[in-house]
Design a protein around this ligand. Sequence first.
Ligand SMILES: [Zn+2]
Ligand SMILES: [Zn+2]
Length: 354
Amino acid sequence: MPSFFSYYFFLCCFLFLSRPNCFSARTIPDSAADAHNPTWHGFNRFLDAAKGSHVDGMSELKKYFHRFGYLPKPNTTMDNFTDIFDTQLESAVILYQTKLSLLVTGKLDSETITTIMSPRCGVSDSKSHSLHSVGRFSFFFGKPRWFRGSPMTLTYAFSQQKMIDYLSLSDIRTVFKRAFSRWAYVIPVNFIETRNYESADIRIGFYRGNHGDGKPFDGVLGVLAHAFSPENGRVHLDAAETWTVDFDRDKSKVAVDLESVATHEIGHVLGLAHSSVKKAVMYPSLSPRTKKVDLKIDDVEGVQELYGSNPNFKFSSLLQSRNFFNLALGLDSRLSKWNFSLSLLVFLILFLCT
Ligand SMILES: [Zn+2]
Ligand SMILES: [Zn+2]
């Protein structure tokens, strides 16, 4: 008969191994922290800061939260943010963690700091208007969309002057064609490339630093791109990024997948704001060397609420992809399955030994 001690030991093992992320190290992953001098790299010094902390440079983090819609302007007479982790910053952190589907702790824990340091889209999260109590897709205020004849056709063009020279125009055109086709597949909208940049509905270009729209780019990583709500049509990509169309060809640690960012920014052009679903194309951040081009159910439902469904589109075509629901909801069952298997193994060993 197994002793009481054996059962107790097994119970402890089971509970320990069943805890999610029980082996996760409290460090910032290399992909975010080790890239050479990326924007927001210094934020890792705020790790574990909580209300009451005073860390030099905390005002920079407050500017970050202000920029992306989580913190109002400072109300001090000096018109500057302080370096103190105050109640307002705690509220901003909670709002950020909620919007980005992180564990809501109100502290600058490892997951939160890693997400803050990740490269992201420059469109503010506050511009979104969510219809859902739990985070999902959202729209810009007023729910703007394009209005054209039916079936709707939108033209797009590339700026001849605002280009990058290390990728061929042919590669860039191919990538954008694929990105547009993903959206056209799910809504009754056609996208046609035109050479006439000035008259095109959607105008695409690569810009550096301050480029005249009040939303300056910031160099390597940080903000990757931004786009404007309907019917503006401008898509701006940060020319300072190492844009790539093929990670096998480009080994840079800070390489950013052009197709993933193009697909995301087209979502903005159509009227989608940021989603809280981590796996959705419209989630605001994207790590370097990551490809994220397939629309998830969340993206599809959002854009179809604006334009209706393409008559040829069937949700079943999305469901055929493996674990689509789990991926769309941002759930990853691999870790829990692994933990369960290990727990079972420990149980069997104990059972056989007693
Ligand atoms: Zn965005
Ligand atoms: Zn711009």
